[in-house]
Design a protein around this ligand. Structure first.
Ligand code: RB5
Length: 150
């Protein structure tokens, strides 16, 4: 069965989201479009929380978000326990976000990547496995409570 991947954007990421939805379908995935559905101005956290919540609760293994810079989406998505949302601007960063950081949410800065760049980033992120090993220990530490003065 095709993997369902929730995807969301604000108005700044809307056009690129539509293109990536087509790309996901062409690659055999089942994109689940959680909005936004037009270029009308919206609030990015609404979509970040919708996608990240599915990953947090195991309803989806991974998700995709887009906004102008990627930053606001990442701030909101990373508030969800177990979510590792990575802002990715190149295929090299996409590969490292997967192999070293096990990024389970891909965040694209729609105003700073071309469609061709975004498609290459998406394919790399989808296909690159997590390396495990020493990176498991580091990822486990992300979820630790910060210590005073640490
Ligand atoms: C919208 O103008 C813009 O602020 C938003 O897409 C995003 O870049 C926020 O981080």
């Amino acid at each position: 069965m095709a993997e369902r991947i929730p995807i969301g954007s604000d108005h700044a990421g809307f056009a690129l989201k539509q293109q990536l939805i087509n790309e996901l379908r062409a690659e055999g995935y089942q994109p689940d479009d959680l909005g936004t559905h037009s270029t009308e101005s919206t609030d990015y956290p609404d979509f970040a929380h919708a996608v990240a919540s599915q990953v947090e609760h195991g309803e989806a293994a991974r998700g995709i978000l887009l906004c102008g810079t990627g930053l606001g989406m990442a701030y909101a998505a990373n508030r969800h326990p177990g979510v590792r949302a990575a802002v990715v601007w190149s295929p090299e960063v996409a590969e490292l976000a997967r192999s070293h950081n096990d990024a389970n949410v891909l965040v694209l800065p729609a105003r700073f990547v071309t469609e061709a760049e975004a498609v290459t980033i998406l394919r790399t992120w989808l296909q690159t496995p997590f390396e495990g090993g020493r990176h498991n220990r580091r990822i486990a530490k992300i979820e630790q409570e910060p210590r005073p003065n640490a």
